[in-house]
Design a protein around this ligand. Structure first.
Ligand code: ZN
Length: 147
């Protein structure tokens, strides 16, 4: 799935020549802009990790408050710091795919995009114990192509 959020509206993702609108992509399960809930909630997300200094401190703070978060991590860093990724997963946080190398996908071929996502799935899955369900592109941009 694609966590497509750049300002929360379809208008903010203007890179799609064949953009069919938010409802179209949400109904197909291809993108999530928001999750309707009763009550007030805050979704905590952290991108670009894990970082050997910051991520353990974030995890400690989340544990102090019994809070859960989603970590959008790169496959390359998952390979560098698998212990931190394992800790994220073991402590009940969502570990999500944020490409392998944090490459800006707007400038990639379809094959390069598939490679970035697949390599990250594998690296993150090895570290976390399960492959991610969520994906977010570097820069949180997405591009709709006619494929
Ligand atoms: Zn990022």
């Amino acid at each position: 799935m694609l966590a497509a959020d750049r300002g929360g509206t379809a208008d903010a993702v203007g890179y799609a020549p064949a953009f069919k609108g938010r409802a179209y992509y949400e109904s197909r399960g291809e993108a999530i802009w928001e999750v309707p809930l009763e009550g007030k909630f805050i979704a905590l997300t952290f991108d670009d990790g894990p970082d050997p200094a910051d991520t353990p401190a974030i995890l400690d703070l989340l544990a102090t408050y019994g809070a859960r978060a989603t970590f959008f991590i790169t496959g390359k860093k998952a390979e560098q710091y698998p212990g931190i990724v394992r800790r994220e997963a073991m402590e009940g946080h969502e570990v999500a795919n944020h490409t392998y190398s944090h490459r800006m996908l707007l400038h990639c071929t379809d094959a390069q995009i598939r490679g970035e996502i697949a390599m990250a799935q594998k690296s993150i899955g090895m570290a976390a114990g399960a492959e991610p369900v969520l994906f977010s592109a570097a820069g949180r941009f997405f591009l709709i192509r006619g494929c």
